[in-house]
Design a protein. Sequence first.
Length: 584
Amino acid sequence: MTDKKTDDAVVVPTGLRKGLTNYGDTGFSLFLRKAFIKGAGYTDDALDRTIVGIINTGSGYNPCHGNAPQLIEAVKRGVMLAGGLAIDFPTISIGESFSTPTSMYLRNLMSMDTEEMIRAQPMDAVVLIGGCDKTVPAQLMGAASANIPTVQLITGSMLTGGHRGVRVGACTDCRRYWGQYRGQEIDEAEIVEVNSKLVASVGTCSVMGTASTMACIGEALGIVMPGGATPPAVTSDRMRIAELTGKQAVEMARTGLTPDKILTPKAFENALRVLLAIGGSTNGIVHLTAIAGRMGYDIDLEAFDRMSRETPVLVDLKPSGQHYMEDLHRAGGLQTVLRELRPLLHLDALTVTGRTLGEELDDVPAFTQDVVRSVKDPIYPYGGIAFLRGSLAPEGAIIKQSAADATLMEHEGRAVVFENSEDLARRLDDPDLDVNADDILVLKNIGPIGAPGMPEAGYLPIPKKLARAGVKDMVRISDGRMSGTAAGTIVLHVTPEAALGGPLALVQSGDRIRLSVSERSIDLLVAEDELERRRAALVLPTPKNAERGYRKLFFEQITQADKGCDFDFLRPPTMQGRIPTRND
Ligand code: FES
């Protein structure tokens, strides 16, 4: 591949000549680089091609990426078919249930790894292979900042399994069976038995959890190949998408189609629309905020809420509905959803194919299916997520209204407060805990700083004694997150968090709290002078083991949920505006 000339005749190195190691002599740097890589058997012809880097996030600790070797092989095939040279390289991989204290704590580290390894190594385009919850946002954040031609390849969802004649899949059913076990509806033998049935293959969670949500968001943003969000991990469709991804990456290197041309305000607006219409994970809004932040845009959560009032949930998938990801794929995948949403989308947004979203949708066939509803006959009349504000959350909070109990969405109750996760673990199942079904469970100090890393602990279990009495849902409030696979009347991302001294820190057991989803409000019904007294006596928790290393950086730089929990120094110094712009 010959080097490119810019308009003002500056020669931009390409391929192996990009980003030479600094030895003070560029000719020698290239000579040395070629000498070393020839040790792996490459010819000069191969080394003179367009180079596509493939980020390999395969890891024994990440079964959600268990098909990475096959995907890499298929991407390489696509790159070679298009005349390029594919070189794979590793970055951090984050498996959701294998990361302590929580995968979110590591997302920004992975994004930094992604950005810097894209920058440091010679490549004309990059394919990001990701799937498990935090990997796709981390990769998109890093690639957005690096800004070379990029395609995101999703690993794909796992297959569903079967347990005693019932179809099951991770991880909505994991929570359902665990709830039944806690409520003594199933015994020890059955919980052990179902543990082997819930995950039937490698791949990401089989419901509309965070991984599936981020896959759909990627396609809606135009950074995933059209049709690339939903093929399950172990299918031929997934491998074909991988091959096409490799081919397209070479084409993008040729045309210079960089993320800044794709990840525009219109693309983010489309993605917000899709997040609402798929009944997507509440984590999706945090990750989208972080990715948009890298491009210089803040998400206007009030305007997002107005979008929610006009964007119904169309996808009948767990946890909001009944189907699984493989069913959505058979129903035409995200493209069926996008076709239904067409009047609400910016059809002129560009995709990785170089064509607009509208042009891509023109080719999508319509057929009868029962997974994606029409706008006239939705699963839920409003968007999946509602944005709340009030005296308990001055900077906001969210609720996944499509997965909540309709009878609890207008509710006033007595607070039963847990100071942190340890306190919750210690007292929740105490038979003497003073708690009733219409109380509101409050968990403090699981925010971005408090835990740290804002763990998915916002899905507080129903206290055992109530679960055994048949209680299935209660209003639960925290400054943490919740898995996209969970359901319930759960208020999350309360901002500012308790560890920063937000009003959540002042709540005491016995206080009254009022939730009104219709009014988009969450209020602590305590007199201001009493709150002032509590504020004066408040002692904030000190971060533990934060004297050095990544943990020190994390505590110093982490932003709140309304800024995507990105590190402050990773966002651009000057922001360009707010998204969505349409409702301003
Ligand atoms: Fe990896 Fe759910 S645990 S996607």
